[in-house]
Design a binder for this molecule. Structure first.
Ligand SMILES: Cc1ncc(C[n+]2csc(CCOP(=O)(O)OP(=O)(O)O)c2C)c(N)n1
Ligand SMILES: [Mg+2]
Length: 559
């Protein structure tokens, strides 16, 4: 066979050879065998000749190939699949620009500790240094973003090295891995030698007794939990611990939904009071980054217990009193066993937070019922809440529109809220929606989009149409990059580079791509439009014209 680039000749074995007879197989088949052995069901990709043999292998192994319109979406989709399932998400990117296009999404997966494995095509090894098409060494720029980055240089090593990259992505702490295959290697033959996946007994962290004593003795305890709680599968133990000691719980990132938003101990609006006023706070699977004021969201006197699967990567921020590094679920179970029950002790505190929560929610009534046209973004979320199922997966991609969603969308089950995470890369939403819908075809998947954000990956509505994925997009179309426009205006009295075309008919864009579109300019039109969208069974964008004058009440802008 003649290779798609480079002109090297390699031999490909007959495709129909039964497994038992196939002593050697082509490299792409070996990649696919490794994927299959680790339960990978989908490969997210955008075509490139360097990947053909991997596609051929996936076809033979029954792995679904999902082709998108930009490589960053392939990685975002792999991440969305991982977030929706807590299984591996896998993307394949072609050599050179395919991999460079995927870099922002890999960096996002790193910040989210998402178990994503990225497979790269690569210019042929035999001609390395001769200037083959798309020749660039990916490892120097991918390595800082991943747990491991490797080039497989022998066909016989393909299966084992691919399996190792997959296993590492899914070993605690989770995170992205990268492996690339030179064209001549992955089109050649080798033997499949697949190691067993590692089995690790979950170990509770050292320091459990100290943590339990602090929590059991606390009068105003609080739990702040995030993405690491979700990856650690800790939701049941979180609930049991919170209920046993009656501890108020605050959630962010992928932690949202790990305690249902309507649970008696779940709080959101009272977070400021709850974290500042806590005497002891258990911080699970969330770094003390900008989202927690670099630690300053807690009171100066608050004793912090940190729990995660890995030591803190942020060395510059506040150190905890107790640092628990170990299996999240096992450690929570051990803390509960050591702390016993403490009912009644926190009643006054919980009641105080309940009052604060109620008061803040009451103050939101005006915005929720706002009947202006174009709409107040908060009104969008009131209407959306009425049509979303309890287990709907909601994905945010935008600026202020999504900040409002973070406040107003209630999450009731784990894995049902996705945003770009602390790396904050716009354009992550459509890919995550593709991954989530493929993982859960029976759940509603709702993609919240700013009009600015739409520009990055809006063409993925074509992917939704081609693959028959009835995701419902809801756009807050204010004609500006609001999260930049308002802060710059506040600082300088004017803003530049933050205006878009007002009332752009994005619904027509998606119609042209084979989806349904609707435009909404008055609040009373929204609910029927959303109902139609979810009932249609078709990918849809509801373009909601929102008021550009609404300024999101933000405490900090850039830090
Ligand atoms: C890839 C990328 N580019 C730029 C930014 C900076 N940024 C953050 S929010 C935002 C504005 C988003 O505008 P839009 O999606 O229209 O939402 P709005 O704030 O108007 O609700 C920008 C430009 C970013 N986070 N990611
Ligand atoms: Mg906007």
């Amino acid at each position: 066979m003649r290779c798609p680039s480079g002109g090297l000749r390699v031999r490909v074995p007959p495709r129909a050879l039964p497994d038992s007879l196939a002593a050697v197989e082509h490299g792409g088949r070996l990649v696919a065998k490794a994927l299959k052995s680790r339960g990978v069901s989908h490969l997210f990709t955008l075509s490139g000749g360097h990947l053909f043999s991997i596609y051929d292998g996936c076809k033979a192994e029954g792995i679904e190939i999902v082709d998108v319109r930009h490589e960053q979406t392939a990685v975002f989709a792999a991440e969305g699949f991982a977030k929706a399932t807590r299984r591996l998400g896998v993307a394949a990117l072609t050599a050179g620009p395919g991999v460079t296009n995927g870099v922002s999404a890999i960096a996002g997966a790193q910040a989210n500790c998402s178990p994503v494995c990225v497979l790269g095509g690569r210019a042929p090894e035999l001609r390395w240094g001769s200037g083959s098409l798309q020749e660039i060494d990916h490892l120097p720029f991918v390595s800082p973003l991943v747990k491991s980055a490797e080039t497989v240089k022998e066909p016989g090593a393909i299966a084992a090295r691919t399996a190792a990259a997959l296993d590492l992505a899914l070993s605690a702490p989770y995170g992205p891995t990268f492996v690339d295959y030179p064209l001549d290697v992955v089109f050649s033959e080798g033997e499949a030698e697949l190691p067993e996946p590692p089995r690790v007994e979950p170990q509770p962290a050292a320091g459990v007794e100290e943590a339990a004593a602090l929590l059991a003795g606390a009068e105003r305890p609080a739990i702040m939990a995030g993405t690491g709680l979700y990856w650690g599968g800790g939701e049941e133990e979180l609930r049991a611990l919170a209920e046993a000691l009656e501890i108020p719980v605050f959630l962010n990132g992928l932690g949202r939904g790990c305690l249902p938003a309507d649970h008696a101990l779940a709080f959101s609006r009272a977070r400021g009071a709850g974290l500042k006023g806590a005497d002891v706070a258990l911080v699970i699977g969330v770094p003390l980054d900008f989202r927690l004021g670099f630690g300053g969201s807690f009171g100066e006197e608050t004793k912090l217990i940190r729990l995660d699967a890995a030591p803190d990567r942020l060395s510059a921020n506040r150190a905890p009193e107790v640092d628990l590094v170990g299996d999240v679920a096992a450690t929570l179970a051990a803390i509960r066993a050591a702390a016993g029950e403490g009912r009644g002790r926190t009643d006054t505190w919980v009641e105080q937070l309940r009052e604060a929560e109620k008061e803040k929610r009451l103050a939101e009534e005006g915005e929720l019922n706002d009947d202006r046209s174009p709409l107040h973004p908060v009104r969008v979320y009131r209407e959306l809440a009425a049509v979303l199922d309890r287990d709907a997966i909601v994905i945010g991609d935008g600026g202020d529109f999504v900040s409002y969603a973070g406040r107003f969308v209630e999450t009731h089950e784990p894995g049902c809220w996705m945003d770009p995470g602390p790396f904050g890369c716009l354009g992550a939403g459509p890919g995550q929606a593709i991954g989530a819908k493929l993982a859960h075809p029976d759940k509603q998947v709702c993609l919240l989009l700013g009009d600015g954000a739409f520009g990055f990956s809006g063409l993925e509505f074509d992917t939704l149409a081609r693959h028959g994925l009835p995701v419902v997009g809801v756009m807050g179309n204010n004609g500006i990059w609001a999260l930049e426009h308002h802060p710059m205006k506040f600082l300088y009295g004017y803003s530049v580079a933050a205006e878009l075309r007002p009332e752009t008919p994005y619904e027509k864009v998606v119609e042209a791509l084979g989806c349904e579109g609707a435009v909404v300019s008055r609040p009373e039109e929204l609910r029927p439009a959303l109902e139609r969208a979810f009932e249609s069974g078709r990918p849809t964008l509801v373009n909601v014209l929102t008021d550009p004058e609404v300024v999101y009440p933000r405490k900090a802008n850039l830090a």
